[in-house]
Design a protein around this ligand. Sequence first.
Ligand SMILES: C[S@@+](CC[C@H](N)C(=O)[O-])C[C@H]1O[C@@H](n2cnc3c(N)ncnc32)[C@H](O)[C@@H]1O
Length: 206
Amino acid sequence: MPESEKQETSDPDWSKAYRETKNVPWYRPNIDKKVTPETRKLLEQYSNIPPSQVLQHVHTIRDKLWAIRSYPCTGIGLWLDPMLPKSPAYSTIIQKLQAGGTCLDIGCFIGQDLRRLVADGAPSDRLYAVDVVSHWDVGYEMYRDRDRFSAHFIEADILYPTAELRALMGTVDVLSITHVLHQWDWAGQVKAVEQLVSVGTTQHLH
Ligand SMILES: C[S@@+](CC[C@H](N)C(=O)[O-])C[C@H]1O[C@@H](n2cnc3c(N)ncnc32)[C@H](O)[C@@H]1O
């Protein structure tokens, strides 16, 4: 991201403060139980990770993510259970993407929801992902799909959209945002939602 566009950010300082320690309540040493049957299936069948290596792989990746930002969702393994497939609109979204539609995941983290869309039949080249800080490379490592996952990542703050994000405004068909809005007070949530509406969609999901 150009320095000129990094002047304002809502990236919170607290999420950088604990990266050197794991001695906080929201870092759970063992997150085996967060690997749901669906996530194990994705890692074994989409990422071709041998079953005996799945749990170690997940813990190795989690520590790489923790070194970027010490988010509670990272420490407790919440990201291992993608939210989008739980939406009642999930099958409609897949159909829309297969028919040529586009999807934007705001606060995408490592792209776990987008990997599920692709594993469930959506083409990856019409997927867009935005996050205030990039965990994107670790996502390729998690899912071992650098050579076949073509989603477009934009490092941007939804509260202060970059030119690249603004260019998407009014063009996406499906907008997803999960586990992001709760971080702001009311004024921040209203500001974020105003930005999301201006991104422009035909379906708002969450
Ligand atoms: C708790 S994680 C949720 C990840 C995923 N959406 C999920 O449901 O598991 C919140 C994500 O939102 C990102 N995020 C926080 N503030 C943001 C902002 N202002 N603009 C874009 N992304 C943001 C964080 O970096 C993080 O990856």
